[in-house]
Design a binder for this molecule. Structure first.
Ligand code: TYD
Ligand code: MG
Length: 455
């Protein structure tokens, strides 16, 4: 094994294992100095050894740097999700199931940004240029100054981008890109990771915003977008149920804005349309009050959003009753069922439980606990809640209730949509609630008794 070099020439940085009066590399006299090894661990080939790096300049926290320049697309739902527009020199990932509408969304975004003055290039590794043109025709975007190419070789793509100097580039998808330096099939973890790394560093060094599309994959053969999430600045997921026309663009990570922000779209025959008032849309199919149906006043990112929880409870023919959830967390449901049973005396043993969020929305807020509990009891007791009421609040394991954040926004939205009362935990902050009456509950047991009566 070669010995670690422990002598460095202070002039040319050449490393040697023994001292001498004159550097063999640059020929200078009296420049060889002994250095302490960088790592103190066991001396193996992998240790940092005696080879010094170069000192990096350090700055302090107070910089004169301005906010990164942003460009708006003009589509509010998209701009808000991006945290207030597209940031120059950034790398973004847009993940989602195949066929959910990622290419459609990004082609429309490309056209918008191009119209707002950015130089935009759309590189498709999945479709031929004519297929993309066909989609553009369907979306009515053929006049937009977006440049198009169908290519998967990353070396060629980077060479082209270097020459063209665009502002905004779309790579559809990262799983089809390949580097000739990596000996693995396109779509494998090492190819996807290396390609994303190349594109991210290229974006930073050339001041380009690059969006990579990543298909969510069920099986391990093709790497999913998760393997590159940590490299990029912004991670957006495009979600929705196949059977529904609603699509939600959700920011799960954003170095330039708040995460958890969402944009709501509707898939139409002519592409994606913005949904300006999602609460109205998610409640649109709601008829007369029915047992098991509850309106939850939720918050997604910075915006309030009303949606309907539906529960169905029926005697189970199985020894192990079913618990089926769509749009909410299954283990959170198990927790609510357990708390209802042990703290409020409402057992669900021997009963199948189905819980659904109407419209294909996915809710992850703990503030939905009370709405879920209400839907479950309402279904179990076959008793509908008042039509004009919304519900929100978090349930703790002790059976206590905790107020939810951003109460005023929730109440304002409820009032806007014609709701006149809200069932909430005590100590809920009011103010600017537009005349919504609060029915405050001190605990889960009190809630069950007051809302559903003594049983
Ligand atoms: P696409 O953007 O190709 O999905 P992804 O890139 O995520 O795989 O969208 C595919 C679906 O969208 C397809 O099933 C058809 C539908 N669609 C519409 O309903 N309207 C449209 O205008 C377009 C372009 C697509
Ligand atoms: Mg696609």
């Amino acid at each position: 094994m070669a010995k670690d070099p422990t002598f460095i020439c202070s002039k040319c940085n050449a490393a040697t294992t023994k001292w001498s009066g004159r550097c063999d590399t640059c020929g200078e006299w009296n420049t060889i100095e002994e250095v302490k090894p960088l790592s103190s661990g066991p001396k193996s080939k992998k240790a940092m050894g005696g080879v010094r790096g170069k000192a990096i300049p350090l700055t302090d926290l107070a910089t004169e740097e301005q906010e990164p320049p942003r460009t708006l697309s003009g589509v509010d739902e998209l701009d808000r999700t991006l945290g207030g527009g597209l940031v120059k020199a950034s790398a973004l990932l847009v993940g989602g199931d195949p066929g959910i509408g990622k290419s459609t969304l990004l082609l429309q975004a490309a056209a918008r940004f191009a119209r707002n003055g950015l130089k935009v290039i759309y590189i498709s590794g999945e479709e031929s240029a004519s297929q993309v043109q066909m989609r553009a025709r369907r979306l009515g975007l053929t006049e937009s100054p977006v440049k198009l190419a169908s290519e998967t070789n990353l070396r060629d793509i980077l060479t082209t981008l270097e020459a063209e100097q665009p502002d905004f580039v779309i790579i559809d998808s990262i799983q089809t890109m390949w580097l000739d330096t990596v000996e693995a099939a396109p779509g494998s973890v090492s190819q996807v990771r290396s390609a994303a790394h190349e594109l991210t560093t290229f974006a930073k060094s050339r001041g380009i915003a690059i969006v990579m599309v990543g298909h969510v994959t069920k099986e391990g053969a093709i790497a999913g977008p998760r393997v590159v999430e940590h490299m990029v600045d912004t991670v957006l997921y495009f979600e929705g149920e196949r059977g529904h026309q609603f699509r939600i663009l959700r920011a799960v990570k954003n170095r330039f804005g708040p995460a958890d922000e969402i944009g709501v779209f509707e898939m139409t025959g002519k592409g994606l349309a913005e949904v300006k008032n999602p609460s109205a849309l998610f409640l649109s199919e709601r008829g007369d009050p029915a047992p098991g149906s509850v309106v939850f006043a939720g918050i997604e990112g910075s915006r309030p959003m009303l949606c309907e929880f539906q529960a169905l409870v029926s005697p189970s023919p199985h020894s192990q009753p079913r618990r089926t959830v769509v749009g909410w967390d299954g283990s959170r449901l198990a927790m609510i069922l357990a708390v209802l049973e042990s703290r409020a005396g409402v057992p669900f043993t021997g009963l199948d439980v189905y819980l659904n969020v109407a419209g294909g929305l996915r809710v992850s807020e703990p503030a939905a606990d009370l709405a879920v509990a209400a839907a479950l009891i309402s279904a179990r007791e076959d008793a509908a809640l008042p039509k004009e009421s919304v519900i929100f609040g978090e349930i703790s394991l002790s059976g206590g209730l905790r107020p939810a954040p951003q109460t005023e926004n929730r109440l304002k939205e409820a009032s806007k949509l014609g709701f006149t009362s809200a069932i909430t935990p005590v100590r809920t902050k009011r103010g600017g609630d537009g005349g919504v009456t609060l029915r405050e509950m001190p605990g889960l047991l009190a809630f069950v008794e007051q809302v559903f009566g003594a049983r």
